[in-house]
Design a protein around this ligand. Structure first.
Ligand code: FES
Length: 148
C-alpha cells in the first residue's frame, strides 16, 4: 500500500505493508533515526513520537493506522534544541548513554502540551519510559524545570 503523511512538516509517500510499525518507516524509509528501537513491544518508550500532538509508541503503531495524522519526531520538535523540554534536559544534563532520551523528551513534551501544569500523578501516569542508566532523578528535575 502507498501511504502519504506528514512528518515534521514535510510530506512523505511510502510503500509499506499496513501492519509495518511506524518506527520502521520513520527510521528505515525516511531516515529519522532519532527515534529509537528498544523493546519493540510498546513497553519502554524509546520509540515515542507525536501523532497529531499526542505521544505514541511508534513500534506498536501500524503505518496503516496513521491516516492523515501529522507525525512529529525528535528531529521536528525544534530545529535547534530550543524547545523548553530540550532546554531543561540540557540544563539538568539528563542523559547518560542517551539512547532512551529522545523518547523520554517526546513523552514529556506531549504531556506538557496537554497539561502545562501537571500534577505528580499526571507525570507518573504519562511518563512510563524506561531508562537503563537510571536517569530518573534528573528526568524529574528536568520536567519540573520545563514546567512554565
Ligand atoms: Fe517501542 Fe519500546 S521500542 S516501546
Amino acid at each position: 500500500m502507498q501511504y502519504k503523511f506528514d512528518v515534521n512538516g514535510a510530506p512523505h509517500t511510502v510503500d509499506a505493508d499496513p501492519d509495518m510499525p511506524l518506527l520502521w518507516v520513520l527510521r528505515d524509509y525516511l531516515g529519522y533515526n532519532g527515534t529509537k528501537f528498544g523493546c519493540g513491544a510498546g513497553l519502554c518508550g524509546a520509540c515515542t513520537v507525536h501523532v497529531d500532538g499526542k505521544a505514541a509508541r511508534s513500534c506498536i503503531t501500524p503505518v496503516g493506522s496513521i491516516g492523515k495524522a501529522k507525525i512529529t519526531t525528535i528531529e521536528g520538535l525544534s530545529a535547534d534544541n530550543s524547545h523548553p523540554v530540550q532546554q531543561a534536559w540540557i540544563a539538568e544534563q539528563v542523559p547518560q548513554c542517551g539512547y532512551c532520551q529522545s523518547g523520554m523528551i517526546m513523552a514529556v513534551a506531549a504531556l506538557l502540551k496537554e497539561k502545562p501544569q501537571p500534577s505528580r500523578s499526571d507525570i507518573a501516569e504519562a511518563i512510563t519510559n524506561i531508562c537503563r542508566c537510571g536517569t530518573y532523578p534528573r528526568v524529574e528535575r528536568a520536567i519540573q524545570r520545563a514546567i512554565p
